[in-house]
Design a protein around this ligand. Sequence first.
Ligand code: GLA
Length: 378
Amino acid sequence: MKLKYLVTLAVIVTVAGVNAAIVTTVKGREKMDIKKEVFGTTKDGQEADLYTLRNANGLTIKITNYGGIVTELHVPDRDGNLDDIVLGYKSLDKYIANSPYFGAIVGRYANRIADGKFTLGGKEYTLAKNEKGINHLHGGTKGFDKVLWEAEPMETDEGPALKLSYTSADGEEGYPGQLNCTVIYTLTNNNELKINYEAKTDKATVLNITHHGYFNLAGQSSGDILSHKLMLNADFYTPVDKNLIPTGEIKSVSGTPLDFRKPTAIGARIDQVKGGYDHNFVLNKPERGALSLAAEVYEKGSGRMMQVFTTEPGIQFYSGNFLNGSNKGKGTVYNKHWAFALETQHFPDSPNKPHFPSVVLKPGEKYEHTAVLKFSTK
Ligand code: GLA
């Protein structure tokens, strides 16, 4: 008989006045860890924690319940050496002071809503125009990336997990309905970071939640990502105007620098794209809502590969265009193109584009979104 859950050990350790709870589970020969420590204090005096999860193969992730931010993610290269592949900061204060959504959960509406306005059920709603006074971006002034989530560590059959819950009040940031959200991060023993999003509302509303990781598969302090090879499983994209708002067209990528159907270096054609890549791609899907391959990124030096699977209809590929050396991260400043983001999502400005897949959630319905980031080497 396979001995499951052989030993479960809970130790409370006090390190320099900080309470750290370490739970070690030995499952046969597998070993998983979840550790909790204090990360810092928010401006209104609330404590934010930092959870460290380790899977059976030694992959490690650090997540704070402030904004649901993944602050570190250590994955092996082809020789088994672990390196942190996500941009971010070492302290909570820096995330609070100025972060371009590093590693955060973004909502209620990730990406842009034109003019900060939409109409639902005959009523017009006004949102903050927090991008240059023009667009509503990533949920507004205090989006999901800036709130404290309730956190619950969990040991699952797939690997260690952290369940985050947040109730967004009716009218918060201008959106209708009380929205109850959960996001579960699972670091599976198959070397995947699985993100499961769920939400329910008590009034019809719009939403689009995502995770805004900034990745550099060579390691977060190793320079630009222009030589990373990217494959996007998308025949079409949604062109944007000068304010990065979709024009409403669905255009073929064929013959454009946005054609990543065959793995191509991110830098190969970036000069032909004004400002760099910051586009929503329409994912090829066997059927609507299916969990299917959206993207694949490979970095030759380390041999690291990241595959992205999602149930969402779109993905935002952003080539770190706005990084300009002003963010002093973990031991280094981050310059232009030092990371890429692949945000699984509905299309930008969908509340104002009735022909785009619907982002409306009604009472009694459940919003569900899964994204899987699978790590391997070759
Ligand atoms: C998304 C957007 C970008 C930018 C980043 C954050 O990827 O599409 O334009 O706002 O978030 O800086």
